[in-house]
Ligand binder design. Structure first.
Ligand code: BGP
Length: 469
């Protein structure tokens, strides 16, 4: 089987992780510009001040993407370049930069796939309440509309938000992302609702503008499976899927929140404030949402916690995505299993979980259009005789593309695959040590770019549309 010609082969990045130029050309400060400089918050104090200097080297990077045969480049816009203080004056230099980036992609026939919000929030808005504040919601909608107006003639794919579960849970529960708040479930669930209300309004505006493109959102996709076939494990998996999948996917695709979760939040007095009007707009937008972006790295294996609720310690090591944590409500814990394969960062490698999870989604949501907006292997790549030999990455992507073929044969409507990441970049909490790219960046040698083995391999996959996988 070959991937069809309307299936996009791409790769992704995010503004804070690649651009650098944090204080150039009128860009405002963001929450991450501040947070990453608080001692102890990131691995060895790394930050995105320079990142991999994509802001200045985007032409060279896009030329490399073209050489790789990339059909689409997913990147995010830094809100604070467009609106330095979140909702005031537009900065023309910011619009100019993204126009240049988009035009450079189009020069090579690379489809620009834009994420509006990949976690770097203008600092003024963060200080004024961040995602708990109505001001941020209003500002996002204005920012989104500004981007549609400025770029929508050439950009036909917009993702509103990247991974609501991650920036809300790490921001308001684990304290590992800005605003660094710990153990506040009321705020956590409120932030999620506010993000979905902002997403819904952006969808409605986009449709009103009749730009004849697509709009959707990207979610983490980490389907939960019980550690065994017992009734208790099934219960744990149901609970985990309700809180990590249904709570996030239902409002976007069905236009309503899952009762199983909402009833429990009411009972525990941590239910978000929601007006009838907000809920109606979320409902209306769900009928116009064009696609769902899935960021799949690993499934989760869960077991029920019996007895006392364990307290989650708020250490950075607990926020790395590795299993071994109790859920916020103490119902289940994630488990590392002896018979599974793991990366160096203890993320499970499971193409089977990918296929099973995609089929689970098909059962609940039907044949919604899906783009895999992230998937890839974080590794420390070996350098042998000056070659970056990232063979494990090739295996990882190969297995996951094979899994996608299977899912497509099962009737799952997948229309594109974006590897994370196109180039080695800054990992939010793991610095530059955890590499994901097809292109290596030599930080000791003026950020020089170098093609890895996977670069050549991905090029051949795209060339024969995955026939030889
Ligand atoms: C996703 C984010 C990306 C990227 C990726 C890898 O959650 O959307 O921005 O960081 O995960 O994560 P990490 O760098 O922690 O390995």
């Amino acid at each position: 089987m070959k991937f069809s010609h309307d299936f996009l082969f791409g790769a992704a990045s995010a503004s804070y992780q690649v651009e650098g130029a944090w204080n150039e050309d009128g860009k405002g400060m963001t929450n991450w510009d501040e947070f990453s400089k608080i001692p102890g918050k990131t691995f060895e104090g790394t930050n995105g001040d320079v990142a991999v200097d994509h802001y200045h080297r985007y032409k060279e990077d896009i030329a490399l993407m073209a050489e790789m045969g990339l059909e689409s480049y997913r990147f995010s816009i830094s809100w604070a370049r467009i609106f330095p203080d979140g909702d005031g004056e537009i900065n023309p230099k910011g619009i100019e930069f993204y126009n240049n980036l988009i035009n450079e992609c189009l020069k090579y026939g690379i489809v620009p796939f834009i994420t509006l919000y990949h976690w770097d929030l203008p600092l003024t808005l963060e200080k004024d309440g961040g995602w708990l504040s109505q001001r941020t919601i209003r500002a996002f909608v204005r920012y989104a509309e500004t981007c549609f107006t400025a770029f929508g003639d050439r950009v036909k794919h917009f993702i509103t938000f990247n991974e609501t579960i991650v920036f809300c849970s790490l921001g308001y529960m684990a304290g590992a992302h800005p605003p660094g708040i710990t153990n506040d479930p009321k705020k956590y669930f409120q932030a999620i609702h506010n993000v979905f209300y902002a997403h819904a309004q952006a969808v409605l505006i986009y449709k009103e503008m009749s730009q004849y493109g697509e709009i959707g959102i990207s979610h983490v996709f980490s389907p939960a499976f019980g550690v065994d076939d017992s009734e208790e494990s099934h219960k744990a998996a149901y609970h985990a899927n309700a809180y990590a999948t249904h709570l996030y996917f239902d409002p976007i695709l069905k236009g309503e929140y899952p009762a199983y979760v909402m009833d429990a939040l009411k009972d525990n007095e941590i239910h978000p404030e929601q007006t009838e009007e907000e809920l109606a707009i979320i409902k209306q937008a769900s009928t116009m949402n064009d696609f769902m972006g899935l960021n799949y790295y690993q499934p989760s294996r869960v077991e029920l916690i019996k007895g006392d609720v364990e307290k989650r310690e708020n250490k950075r090591e607990n926020c790395t995505g590795a299993p071994g944590n109790p859920s916020f409500d103490g119902v289940f814990r994630t488990v590392k299993m002896n018979d599974k394969r793991y990366t160096k960062w203890d993320w499970e490698i499971s193409p089977e979980g990918f296929v099973d999870g995609l089929n689970m989604l098909k059962e609940r949501y039907g044949q919604v259009k899906i783009y895999i907006t992230e998937n890839g292997l974080g590794d420390e790549d070996p350098i042998i005789e000056d070659e970056i030999c990232d063979v494990p990455r090739i295996h990882y992507i190969q297995e996951h593309l094979q899994a996608l073929k299977q899912a497509i044969q099962d009737g799952v409507n997948v229309k594109g695959y974006f590897a994370w990441s196109v180039i080695d970049l800054l990992s939010w909490l793991n610095g530059y040590k955890k590499q994901y790219g097809f292109i290596y960046v030599d930080h000791k040698n003026n950020y020089q770019r170098k093609k890895k083995l996977s670069f050549h391999w991905y090029r051949s996959v795209i060339e024969n549309r995955g026939e030889d996988l």
